[in-house]
Write a protein that binds this ligand. Structure first.
Ligand SMILES: NC(=O)c1ccc[n+]([C@@H]2O[C@H](COP(=O)([O-])OP(=O)(O)OC[C@H]3O[C@@H](n4cnc5c(N)ncnc54)[C@H](OP(=O)(O)O)[C@@H]3O)[C@@H](O)[C@H]2O)c1
Length: 234
């Protein structure tokens, strides 16, 4: 396990659910944090909590469905970190409502791909070159094990496309200390997962941090299952 103290980390969607837990866990490891949600109010409490831990922490707001706001987010992160982001945790996502097969609209597909695929890819595009130049970086893209649920097609297709982005980009990182991997949290009782999910949101840790704490030799392109590391209670 590597030391990530004083590394700059951006966690998208860190106002609640998995992202909030990941942000706090990174703060406990000594990272300097940039929190993100649609509105600054969303991350106010977690910002205060992390600040009280003694970490340097900032919050940025951006509606990820808006190309203008995404560009602004990238610029703000570059400004805060002096263009030195070390850890990119692409967590924010939306899920369409459960609906009859063949009925999702173009808008639902478009928004799902924008927030769940294009934005994570554009954040990678923005920050991977600097990481490669400095020969240090950890990128985690949060995916989903969703399968055989055509009622959620825009969501599952957008996650499959994100997996593809990772699969086809990692060869570029071969031999570097910049690692990019995927993390599947399994089905959790968050706002997105809903109350029927079998897993407590806290069970995403410590597994969600495993792809951040990897030694260089572990490489890129692996799917990490957070529940493989969860502490099971009887
Ligand atoms: N929960 C599960 O069962 C499950 C299973 C598999 C994969 N995942 C994946 O895990 C990740 C986190 O999910 P979660 O369950 O923690 O979700 P969540 O509790 O619903 O939280 C979603 C986060 O993403 C942000 N977000 C959503 N839409 C956004 C938008 N249009 N623009 C900017 N930010 C936006 C939210 O910010 P605001 O507070 O501002 O809305 C919030 O911080 C996602 O990638 C999801 O696909 C979850």
């Amino acid at each position: 396990m590597i030391d990530i103290k004083d590394r700059w980390a951006l966690v998208t969607g860190s106002s609640r659910g998995i992202g909030m837990r990941v942000a706090k866990a990174l703060a406990e490891k000594g990272c300097k944090l940039i929190l993100h949600s649609r509105k600054l109010e969303g991350t106010r409490d977690v910002l205060e909590e992390i600040k009280s831990m003694g970490n340097e922490v900032y919050a940025v707001e951006a509606e990820l469905d808006s190309p203008t706001e995404v560009s602004r987010l990238i610029e703000e992160v570059k400004e805060i970190t002096n263009d030195h982001l070390d850890i990119l945790y692409n967590n924010a996502a939306i899920m369409t409502t459960y609906q009859p097969i063949f009925e999702p609209t173009v808008e639902e597909y478009t928004k799902s791909f924008m927030v769940n695929t294009i934005v994570p890819a554009k954040l990678c595009d923005a920050f991977l070159p600097g990481m490669i130049e400095r020969n240090w970086g950890r990128v985690v893209n949060v995916t989903s094990g969703i399968a055989d649920q055509p009622q959620l097609m825009p969501y599952s297709c957008s996650k499959a496309a994100l997996d593809r982005y990772v699969r086809d980009t990692v060869a570029t990182l071969d031999g570097t200390n910049v690692l990019m991997n995927l993390m599947d949290p399994d089905w959790l009782r968050t706002d997105l997962g809903g109350s029927d999910a079998p897993n407590d949101p806290d069970s995403v840790l410590p597994g969600a941090l495993v792809p951040v704490l990897l030694e260089k030799e572990k490489g890129s392109g692996t799917l990490y299952l957070a529940q493989d590391y969860a502490v099971k209670t009887a």
